[in-house]
Design a protein around this ligand. Sequence first.
Ligand SMILES: Cc1cc2nc3c(=O)[nH]c(=O)nc-3n(C[C@H](O)[C@H](O)[C@H](O)COP(=O)(O)OP(=O)(O)OC[C@H]3O[C@@H](n4cnc5c(N)ncnc54)[C@H](O)[C@@H]3O)c2cc1C
Length: 346
Amino acid sequence: MQDVAAPKLSIDKGVNLRTLNSFGLPATAHTLVRIDGEATLRRVVDHPELGRAPKFVLGGGSNIVFTRDPQAVVLKVEVMGRRLVEERADAWIVEAGAGENWHDTVAWTLEQGLPGLENLALIPGTVGAAPVQNIGAYGVELRERFESLDLVDLVTGRTATLGIDACHFGYRDSVFKHALAGKSVITRVRFRLPKPWRAVVGYLELERKVNETGNASPDARTVLDWVCAIRRAKLPDPALIGNVGSFFKNPVVSTEQCRDIIGRDPEVVHYLLPDGTVKLAAGWLIDACGWKGKTIGRAGVYEKQALVLVNRGGASGAEVLTLARAIQESVYGRFGIRLEPEPIVI
Ligand SMILES: Cc1cc2nc3c(=O)[nH]c(=O)nc-3n(C[C@H](O)[C@H](O)[C@H](O)COP(=O)(O)OP(=O)(O)OC[C@H]3O[C@@H](n4cnc5c(N)ncnc54)[C@H](O)[C@@H]3O)c2cc1C
């Protein structure tokens, strides 16, 4: 039964999504509903038409490639709010609404004297999308700072809380890309920020900053500033050049496969993983195939980082996919490795 006292749902028709995705790709939502909390989601689930319709959850649109109009009702997540939930002997527990901007939330935690997320600074998008691909950067992954999240089931309208085990986090992966894909909306995320805080500066480019500055014990604000400076120097600002960050995941291969590649290309950038497999730098593989700075149609490969595909102005999703496929084919032809896209392709 609908609650007559509850505010009306905010339903917009024919919404242009070009400014709602960081690649700036053309697409139109036939219906877009703004979600400000769990109660609004339950009203969507109970709604006679919206309840039955397929749904697509949209955060900041910074990990999506629109190749066509979404055929689903778009739920634009705008759940706000941030607070310190609890201080334990070994950690601070902080909660943020899924619609909060990710970087602003990282900056806010530092302003509150709650360090731990600084290595993940300047990643575009929202708090709610962070667990979806287990965002990671500069030596830290979200799962290392994760406590729990709340979600609303899009079929039953029920709220549930998931801990770390239920999320099945992997490299740029989680249950929200598989069993729970499109089935629920994350409304709030809680972070576990370990005490005492220790700087994570083992990642190559951060180590370089330590050496350049002679500061071997940076505080969290300094680490955040270093991460922002490194990112600004090598990644295009989506406000100026449309992109979704890394377009491909770094492939993981066996030691034998890696040895074979090193035999032919001794310079290949690779990292040994704790389980004995080897992660190869996808950007290096793409660069080695001569793609840096190249353009097909109105989509191109960023001049400073071959892992980033960019919108040269007015590109369509189809043009981006044509370029991505051409890159995949040439990397496969030379190295026998299939690159897997990182963003969600609609
Ligand atoms: C310049 C640039 C740099 C980047 N650097 C990094 C990086 O260093 N590391 C990294 O990991 N990523 C990086 N990314 C990718 C991107 O920023 C992250 O994946 C980010 O978490 C996406 O957030 P979003 O709100 O924009 O999600 P969207 O693009 O809106 O959505 C992504 C996926 O999450 C789902 N989703 C979104 N919100 C919710 C929700 N509340 N509940 C359920 N599902 C939801 C969507 O349905 C979609 O499947 C970068 C992107 C850009 C443009």
